[in-house]
Design a protein around this ligand. Structure first.
Ligand SMILES: [Zn+2]
Length: 507
């Protein structure tokens, strides 16, 4: 008799229903898995046999064939251990329950206990869409599974418990859990004397504008980037689900955790591999640019990253997705992040410094500037020089605004944007297309003339002209005013000063 269970497999970031069929055919005792399993699935055999025997059942010596359908996508990982074991127990007449109504996943230990698997949240979402009502998951994955409502979740610690669930002896688990990171290491109030940069960071964060800080070593660029975590508003439910799906897919969601509700902050080192940043690999996994989806990707020492890698980031910065091609097929991962870059202005770091003299040659500065302005500058909205702060100023007890207060201003500003773009596929000023910029950033005839003249004076490109309008829109939204005025434009213009600073130096 053929035994059938329902399980789920992961292809890229999506979960697909997989039917697990077990039958035995004539021949010497054996165990064959078909339906495009990779080596990690094939290893299931020995775990399943041990687990069944260690739970007090027997593993009759037959020639088993396990079919994972449909065969069109590659089955990876250990998710199928549990459904295969249950189907074998039913096939051999050791349990007598309906196993087709209970989709299940789980890796078996040799002693029959259940280990966590990746992407439980994507699986729950797929089951919900396919109108399944129940789901058996490893105990450590229970909060991930309850993050999607309307599915009855049955967590199990062992093969034995799964059988009790199938026999109807256990109630579904209904608790939910969100993980919020509310402990930020650095508060904006503790950063003295960088009011200009802090304001630029606030504008960037409010409108989801990419942001570059350049300045000498020790000026606190990384500290400011880290402090930005504390002014980011919490994720919406939809964003939380998206972010949790990606982190679970990458296998970095901590066990016994539910939805991630704080925006991610990722800061890969410039020596990180291409795959770890972009994603991919033999078993495809999202990279840092996807892990920072709905949050921040911070590239410290931006000029040290390989040009090729930065080039690859242009697609996600434009479209919010990354397409990864592998031998097994193409995967698309979400990657809509706010980019924060930090770098020195030149090799020695002291170009533009008021006290320490730059020791770089003109040629060196030119080539360094090429690295900064090269692959990504046209994707960056706000550039800000970060000066070194004199010691006296650092210890000065000037009262700075707390992150909490800045965050509530940003929340109001984002609510305005949310309302403005509710009919559109995006939510932030930083993501406006040129057509939408024309529509949402109307200027008076006077102000328009002023901006055209200023842009000519600063030798800004047409692209930069639109960027300034976007930033001015955010500045006006922070002001909670509908009309963009000259002071908003002036502030926005001050954030596009990088090329001009270098030009002034070279002239
Ligand atoms: Zn220098």
């Amino acid at each position: 008799m053929l035994s059938k269970t329902v399980s789920l497999g992961i292809n890229g970031i999506d979960a697909h229903i997989v039917e697990v069929e077990v039958d035995s055919i004539r021949g010497l005792p054996g165990f064959t898995i078909v339906g495009l399993p990779d080596s990690s699935v094939k290893e299931a055999k020995d775990r399943i046999r041990s687990a069944i025997e260690n739970c007090g059942f027997s593993f009759p010596p037959k020639n088993y064939v396990v079919n994972l359908a449909p065969a069109e996508f590659k089955k990876q990982g250990s998710n199928f251990d549990l459904p295969i074991a249950i189907a074998i127990l039913q096939h051999s007449g050791q349990i007598d329950v309906n196993i087709e109504l209970f989709p299940m996943v789980g890796e078996l230990s040799l002693d029959g206990s259940l280990r966590a698997v990746q992407s439980t949240i994507s699986m729950t979402l797929t089951l919900y869409k396919r109108k399944f009502k129940r789901f058996i998951v490893p105990y450590s994955n229970r909060y991930e599974a309850t993050a999607i409502n309307n599915i009855r979740v049955f967590p199990a610690r062992s093969l034995y418990e799964v059988i009790s669930i199938l026999e109807g002896d256990i109630e579904p688990f209904t608790e939910t859990k969100e993980s919020t990171n509310t402990e930020y290491s650095i508060d904006f109030a503790s950063i003295s004397g960088q009011e200009g940069v802090k304001r630029a960071a606030e504008v960037a964060t409010a409108g989801f504008h990419n942001f570059l800080m350049y300045g000498p070593p020790g000026s606190g660029k990384s500290m400011i980037a880290k402090a930005i975590q504390g002014i980011l508003p919490r994720l919406t439910k939809e964003q939380s689900i998206e972010t949790t799906i990606i982190h679970s897919n990458a296998g970095i969601l901590p066990l016994n955790n539910g939805l991630i509700s704080s925006p991610p902050f990722r800061s890969p080192h410039h020596t990180s591999s291409h795959i770890s940043i972009v994603g991919g690999g033999r078993i495809a996994s999202p990279g840092e640019i996807s892990l920072s989806h709905n949050g921040i990707l911070f590239l410290d020492e931006l000029t040290e990253f390989q040009g090729f890698l930065l080039q690859t980031m242009r697609q996600p910065l434009e479209d919010g997705i990354i397409t990864i091609s592998r031998a097994a097929g193409t995967s698309v991962y979400p990657a809509r992040f706010m980019l924060i870059g930090a770098c020195n202005p030149c090799r020695c770091g002291y170009l533009f410094d008021k006290e320490i003299e730059c020791t770089c040659s003109n040629a060196l500065i030119r080539s360094y500037y090429g690295k900064i302005s090269g692959p990504l500058i046209d994707r960056i909205d706000i550039e800000h020089y970060v000066p070194r702060i004199a010691y006296e100023k650092l210890t000065h007890s000037l009262v700075s605004e707390k992150s909490e207060d800045i965050r509530s201003r940003i929340e109001r500003c984002r609510a305005i944007q949310h309302d403005r773009f509710k009919e559109l596929p995006y939510s932030f000023n930083g993501q406006m297309s040129s057509d939408d910029i024309r529509k949402f950033c109307m200027l008076t005839a006077d102000d328009e003339q002023f901006l055209i003249k200023s842009s000519q004076k600063l030798r800004l490109s047409a692209r930069s002209y639109f960027r300034i309008l976007k930033i001015a829109r955010t500045v006006a939204d922070l002001d909670e005013t509908e009309k963009i005025n000259k002071s908003h434009l002036l502030e926005a213009l001050s954030y596009k000063n990088l090329p001009r600073n270098y030009e002034l130096y070279f002239s």
